[in-house]
Design a protein around this ligand. Sequence first.
Ligand code: ZN
Length: 486
Amino acid sequence: MTDTTEPDDLLAALRALVGTEGPPTTPRHPVDETLVAHWCDAMGDDHPVYVDPDAAAASVHGGLVAPPATLDIWDRGGLKHARSADSPRGRALALLEAAGFTSVVAVNSELELRRYVRPGELLSNVEILDAVSEEKATGLGVGHFVTTRHRYSTADGEHVGDLLFRVLKFKPGTGRPAPGPGEGAPPPPDPDPALRPRPAINLDNEFFWEGARRHELRIQQCRGCQALHNPPTPRCPDCGSFDQGWIVASGRGHLYSFAVPRYPQVRGFRYPVLVGLVELEEGARLVSNVVGVTREQLSVGMPLEVCWLDSHPAQVEGETDARGPITLPQFRPATPPRREATLAAADVAEGDALPLFAVPVTTTLIVAGALATRDFTDVHHDRDAAVRAGSPDVFMNINTTLGLTERYVTDWAGPDAVVRALRVRLGAPNHPGDILAFSGSVQSVDPATGAVVVALQGANGLGAHVTGTVELTLPTASTPTQEASR
Ligand SMILES: [Zn+2]
């Protein structure tokens, strides 16, 4: 990043705001078990310390707690009570807006927990302007980074945590051009899956495609000898019977073999495209795309799980049902099981890899995540509003990203792991139809205190969606973990 000249008075006015505080928010409702349950449903987080009073009482927390990633949702205004723009950040952004820095993007979100909060507590926060950078040249454009700290406290004044939030306010159209492809290299084909060739649907395979539309993986089964076949055929290759039915497969299996075709590249696919021969747990094999994983992460035998791509969502006008819509089965790394007995610090070593965790990004996940984090910003639930804002579809809000990040690490560590901080850098947006693929490893571990830092990334088809670290405390052999809360 390079500094460029700019009027001294703008920077001076911005710097004069640094350290100023807004008024405390006025919470409408206390931390609430019902919303915590909705949050757990949206994130797919099944850790019992958030929803099961008996399990929570027996845990390191001694009772129900709210997920750490929810710290900043409790004092939000809700649908009809938007927060005032008259805040330290609002004033800084207004100064920048007037100076031509009209675009804004969230860059970092860091949650620091002093302790977990509990149902019934009333939280509010004070916004403090933490820093304004000098003018920087970034990939997006010339702009200033504006950092605020939100200090969260209970009704009796106990400081329970902080949210550090950084945005880049920039001049659109002033970014560095992205490095182009090599000289003479053809551009990659359009990855819109609606451009893929449509399957040829006939009487023999219609059940398969009809099942796919319902997100059911149907595999042909011979009624004569019970053998499974894929792809479907009119006559059983084993016993010769023409009497063919089907079963609904579980969708679970493993990678039997794979190939990475590089040429010719066709429209509708994102390259490199990974083609797997998947052996289902029922025994049949099928050829399918493997997603949510890189070529380097693929290994024969890895557990996989079906996920669905609604590639041709629209009915084709004037055609029969056999012409559309089309949904394609794909396979992603199977969701790792949630650990029920918490890892001890002694069980963890620097460099240990966390299992891959591939989350299908659906409209339902995006909308449920936004509403469960009390975020009613229209671009997270209204496709038309998102398109008007320049996005191809709705996109995931930051709190859902943080929730999934927290789930990834606590599913690996176990329910008595105590999260101390979630620090992420935000990147490519998450749109429906994509896969958010988490990978991570242990960056450091202190066996004496149980302090562990996990470094992680969540990537999607557009690049890195989230990169960061999660700091947590694991039980130690000598000193049982004490949750620093009442
Ligand atoms: Zn047969």
